[in-house]
Design a protein around this ligand. Sequence first.
Ligand code: HEC
Ligand code: HEC
Length: 392
Amino acid sequence: MRFTNTSWILLGVSAVAMGCGDDKASPGDRSPCAANDGQCIFRHDTFGDEQLWTDTLKLHELVQTLSPKAALSVGLKVDATAVPAEVLATADLDSPATTVALIELNAVVGVRGTVVDGQITRIGITCALCHSTVDNSVLPGVGNRLDGWPNRDLNPGAIMSLTPGLPGMTAKLGVDNAAAKAALMSWGPGRYDARFNQDTESHPVLLPPAYGLRDVALETYTGEGPISYWNAYVAVTQMGGHGNFVDERLGIEIRHEPDRVTPMLPALRDYQFSLQPPAPPAGSFDAVAAARGKILFDGQARCSSCHAGSSLTDAPKLHAASETGMSPHEARRSATGMYRTTPLRGAWQHPPYFHDGSAKTMLNVVEHYNQALNLSLTEPQRKDLEQYVLSL
Ligand code: HEC
Ligand code: HEC
């Protein structure tokens, strides 16, 4: 299975050239946000990616047939504050018409659509799809937005695999549709591969948080670049947004005029920088054990040799996979060939751990290091260290 470089996106471009230009664009194809409103951009701006999600993948046809229950089961979330309380109380969660009504209310987190006469005519996705969830205050999957929290229930691969436009797209790309579909299906909840359409390998990573990054010098698990670099990469090459992205290291040069992405990047960055990591819930860790664990973290266990500074990362320094006993696979696919030390504030919030989710729990993380770095920690010491990292 081989996708040609960036052709996934170029297909989206040709759809625009074929008659979805600005004069015919519906309101959903224009930014609803001012260029200085980072929260709005993060939550609601599709950057014109309807060209991919509507024109090519035909996601609207899929969503039109999904009941709210089915939508929640692939990890989509509902912003309860966007739905009048009486509507929420009486909504039929088995009826696809309810899903359409939620789209019309702009209540499905990270999905933005236009509805005309009960039919979704345009649909696109936003940053919030993968990097926000809700607090489940009304129902599981329905509540107040939690921006920056990774949506580890979301199954982007399953959603893409079910889109009616996938066969048309893989046919145009000259790749085997069944193989592409099987790869997408195999990713599972909370995982996405932001390089799949570049190198055709299927090797998803966990959706990371977008909070706690103010003092983190390099973004992504492999330290690809600063925040706006990566935001532009995703907006243009993954979401299918209408904008420019150029990286000679990766051999990518995409230019879409007008560029709807670049002018939004500064406010989008500032909004992400404003997102604080969530404090651990009261009683979720043992404070006395955590205090002992901190001494180990800074001493015998050598964690602070890499997890240093206020966000507990030594980025922009990067590390070879062998330094932490990681699989080198993902690093090899990246522009740097290395891994960035993951910041640890709020880590309690998003198990499993490591880029590939290879550690199910924080204790598994500590056990991994105990072996890989020959730390000879006793079992009580390992638990103390676990409690400390869960307290951050
Ligand atoms: C389809 C899901 C998806 C969407 C939509 C998405 N991202 Fe991401 N994002 C990811 C994945 C997966 C990674 C990890 C990539 C890697 O490290 O290789 C990531 C990484 C990041 C990071 C780096 C986090 C860190 O710890 O270094 C930031 C910041 C980020 N995304 C912000 C955004 C913004 C802003 C948008 C909208 C322009 C966006 N993302 C849209 C899936 C998504
Ligand atoms: C040589 C540098 C280095 C040392 C020493 C080190 N780490 Fe890490 N740490 C990293 C890197 C690099 C990653 C990213 C690995 C990945 O995701 O594949 C990471 C990831 C993690 C994660 C995963 C966070 C997440 O959100 O997935 C945790 C937790 C962690 N380290 C805790 C520790 C603890 C506890 C110690 C001490 C026992 C330690 N680290 C020692 C470099 C280091």
